[in-house]
Design a protein around this ligand. Structure first.
Ligand code: SF4
Length: 318
């Protein structure tokens, strides 16, 4: 007899534990991708570093995602009243109607609006789906004391790195358009800009300089459009696809990541004191060197966990 898979429960690597963050207790909720293939449309076409876009191996329907939401409510029922920041993923773009229907998005937003402790919700999306109309429509579901942010996987300000090495075709004009779509709502909208530390093709001091330049670019966008920017700082780890295209590119040097963070903290203090940095380790089980990762985590996790709350460079003095 064939076994029926219960898709209401996310796979183990996508069922996250809450973590402390600069915007309160942060919990990532993962939904299925509703595209016809169940995958991100850019998977295997762009983003050579990304294994996540493969999805869960099935095309989700809005009904399946309704069951997923019910499961998540139940699973996190003790935690949810303490969560300040929810992050919504679907292995692709949560603002693309073909990957996450309006029905599913609205169900999620209604659920978020009912959580009194949640003050920030982030939706992960590629640039082209972030339109002013969609943002206004989504904000209508949220309470006035809640902000909506878009998680934008920019990874690097350098087009040589982003478009050339990572094969992620996001132009500067398209980034500008994301900020334009979010503008005009005061502090009710924000961008969470992903920064990949030591992306394929650069190492050593060059990686440090590049991460700082990416933060500077984000701050310039914030100042130009008056849209708050926070940063998700992710040290590079070897994934299946990353290793295929860049077999010799090493895992991020954590000593360099910390040196870079010292410079970034000072820069933010001077130029954008409202912005926050979140150092993320999660790989959803895609890190090809889990033992090395575990050792690094033992050493660095306590410092990053403290820093993610305090934003104080003293917490990174390891
Ligand atoms: S990085 Fe984002 S857009 Fe690119 S393949 Fe992965 S999920 Fe899709």
């Amino acid at each position: 007899m064939s076994e029926t898979i219960d898709f209401s429960k996310p796979p183990e690597g996508s069922l996250f534990e809450p973590v402390a963050s600069p915007r309160g207790l942060r919990l990532a909720l993962v939904f299925g991708n509703e595209s016809p293939t169940g995958r991100c449309p850019f998977y295997n076409i762009q983003c050579i570093h990304c294994d996540l876009g493969a999805g869960e191996g099935v095309s989700f329907t809005p009904e399946m995602n309704r069951h997923r939401l019910e499961f998540l409510k139940q699973h996190y029922k003790e935690i949810l009243p303490k969560v300040g920041h929810l992050v919504i993923y679907n292995y692709g773009s949560t603002l693309n109607d073909k990957e996450l229907s309006r029905e599913t998005r609205h169900n999620i937003l209604e659920f978020v609006a009912g959580l009194s402790s949640v003050k920030r919700v982030s939706f992960d999306s590629r640039e082209q789906f972030v339109t002013a109309d969609r943002i206004s429509e989504m904000l209508e579901y949220l309470r006035a004391d809640q902000s909506l942010s878009i998680t934008l996987g920019l990874e690097s300000q350098s087009e040589e790195v982003r478009i050339g090495h990572l094969k992620k075709s996001i132009t500067r004009d398209e980034v500008d358009a994301v900020f334009t779509a979010l503008a005009g709502h005061g502090r009710r909208t924000a961008v969470e800009m992903n920064v990949l530390f030591q992306p394929p093709g650069i190492t050593g001091n060059e990686a440090i300089t590049e991460a700082v330049a990416t933060i500077e670019y984000g701050i310039r966008m914030m100042q130009k459009h008056d849209v708050l920017v926070d940063f998700n700082f992710h040290p590079y780890y070897p994934s299946i696809k990353g290793t295929k295209f860049f077999p010799d590119h090493p895992r991020a040097m954590m000593e360099h990541a910390i040196r870079s963070l010292f410079m970034i903290i000072r820069l933010i203090k001077q130029q954008s004191p409202e912005s926050r940095i979140f150092v993320g380790w999660n790989d959803e089980g895609h890190d090809l060197q889990p033992t090395v990762k575990k050792m690094k985590q033992l050493l660095y996790s306590p410092a990053f966990a403290a820093f993610n709350v305090s934003q104080d460079e003293d917490d990174l003095q390891i």
